[in-house]
Design a protein around this ligand. Structure first.
Ligand SMILES: *Cc1c(COP(=O)(O)O)cnc(C)c1O
Length: 473
């Protein structure tokens, strides 16, 4: 017998059986909470782990399986494996629409609509008045048209899907001229040239990075051209010696050549944000009004709704887009439709948007209000952190995020936490880890030897304060 076989045999003879462990009172209690299958799996996992430790450290490892230790170890394992991996966090990064943190928080009305429709069967594709099969776009199309002035509209999984579907429908195996200044990458995984290729469209680069003229597009148009496309540069700006061809100018050129003009607005919005004291961002309505035939935009950026891609524009083109079999693969589900409908409903009353749509509310939150919240938290936070940190309030700048209005910054206020003494880097890393380890993880940013918590997006102040005592430093 090899040494390993001997060890295994020795372990086997000393370890209690799974059945025996499962009969212990404390384990029976856990089984009632987590179910027989999961609890058995937990016991098996604990035995395997003990076997490894037994091989390394001998008999002492068996103590984990003693009745007095078993229940708490199992409880930890079961709790750990039963908490959702996806959870709410406090986004105190200072980036309001943070792609890695789920972008727009939804309005209460949308959350209720989602829960309601998720409960049972629904008429998602059923026409209740005629008693026949219906179209899932019918729940949203009229409302989108009312709010944007579009002739027709459809909705897909996200804006990347919208761009893919539009290009594939209108310019598969055809050429699409795009300005070199608009060949952008967004958040690493969305690149205009790549998505065009996957859509089957052949990119024809026109102009230069900083200057593109109408004649550049004119020269690129030929018998193989399928559409003209404009892309909102979203997350960067070009300054200095620049020239960009406007949607309006491109629209007249497209008309002369009988080509559809597509514009990917990126964020896009349904209201004039300057009304809320925010910088101007092109609305879907004004883009269509300028003569663009098809506009694509996101649901979970400035609109403040669920993750969707909105496709708005000309009737005949939208009809062709809806007929593309790819639409079936990119469609949205009933829960998303319910949420989007509820959000769009709020847009019919623009006067109350800033109260009701959290994204607009967060973007328009006055600096002094954020500062007041920050001041109120200095005391509780200092007490929770103890002697080795200095907490203070500082003015800071939030950004909108998700490629919306990239250079604009919003005046905000933050809590700054500075470790005292040396080893600042290590202390800050540990501190941010402790914040991330809270029941509702807190995500801030490290800057100038401090952990900065921008409080613009903190709405649940009491919940934030309540869990500070659980900081594990
Ligand atoms: C954000 C963005 C996209 C991608 O939109 P998603 O909704 O994230 O898929 C595409 N184009 C532009 C210009 C964007 O800003």
């Amino acid at each position: 017998m090899t040494k390993l076989q001997k060890l295994n045999q020795s372990f086997q003879s000393q370890v209690p059986s799974v059945d025996k462990l499962l009969r212990q009172d404390a384990v029976v209690g856990l089984m009632e909470i987590y179910g027989r299958q999961t609890t058995t799996n937990a016991v098996r996992a604990l035995i395997s782990q003990t076997r490894l430790e037994f091989k390394a450290n001998g008999r002492k490892a068996l103590e984990t399986l003693l009745e007095k230790n078993l229940s708490s170890l199992l409880k930890n394992w079961l709790e750990h494996h039963s908490t959702p991996s996806l959870k709410l966090v406090y986004n105190l990064t200072g980036t309001v629409l943070h792609t890695n943190l789920g972008r727009a928080p939804l309005p209460r009305e949308a959350i209720e609509a989602m829960a309601n429709v998720a409960r049972g069967a629904s008429n998602i594709e059923f026409d209740l008045s005629r008693g026949k099969r219906g179209d899932r776009d019918d729940h949203l199309e009229k409302l989108i048209c009312e709010l944007t002035g579009a002739e027709a509209a459809t909705v897909v999984n996200n804006n990347a899907a919208a761009v893919l579907l539009v290009l594939n429908t209108l310019s598969n195996r055809k050429e699409v001229p795009v300005s070199r200044g608009e060949l952008i990458e967004i958040g690493g995984s969305f690149r205009v040239p790549d998505i065009m290729k996957r859509a089957g469209a052949k990119l024809v680069e026109v102009g230069t990075t900083n200057r593109t003229h109408l004649s550049d597009y004119e020269d690129a148009i030929g018998s193989k051209t399928g559409a003209l496309m404009k892309v909102h540069a979203s997350n960067y700006t070009i300054q200095g010696f620049t020239n960009e061809v406007t949607g309006k100018e491109l629209a007249s050129l497209a008309k002369i050549h009988d080509l559809p003009l597509i514009e990917d607005l990126g964020s896009g919005t349904f209201v004039d944000l300057t009304k809320f004291g925010l910088p101007h961002e092109p609305t879907v309505r004004e883009t269509l009004f300028n003569g663009v035939d098809i506009v694509t935009s996101s649901g979970d950026k400035l609109l403040g709704g669920p993750q969707v891609g909105l496709i708005t524009g000309r009737n005949d083109l939208i009809a062709a887009i809806k007929k593309n079999p790819m639409k079936r693969a990119l469609r949205v589900d009933k829960v998303t439709i319910a949420a989007l409908w509820a959000v769009l409903q709020l847009y019919r009353d623009p006067d109350r948007l800033a109260e009701r749509v959290p994204t607009i509310r967060l973007l328009t939150k006055p600096e002094n209000e954020i500062h007041t919240t920050a001041k109120s938290l200095v005391g509780p936070l200092s007490r929770a952190l103890g002697q080795s940190f200095t907490v203070s309030t500082i003015p800071c700048k939030s950004q909108i995020g998700s490629g919306s209005l990239p250079v604009e910054r919003l005046n905000s206020a933050a809590l700054s936490i500075k470790p005292d003494g040396g080893q600042k880097g290590t202390a800050l890393k540990k501190l941010s880890q402790a914040f991330r380890g809270l029941p509702i993880p807190v995500i801030g940013r490290i800057q100038d030897d401090a952990l900065i918590l921008d409080l613009r997006c903190l709405e649940d102040v009491a919940g934030f304060e309540e869990q500070l005592k659980r900081l594990d430093l």
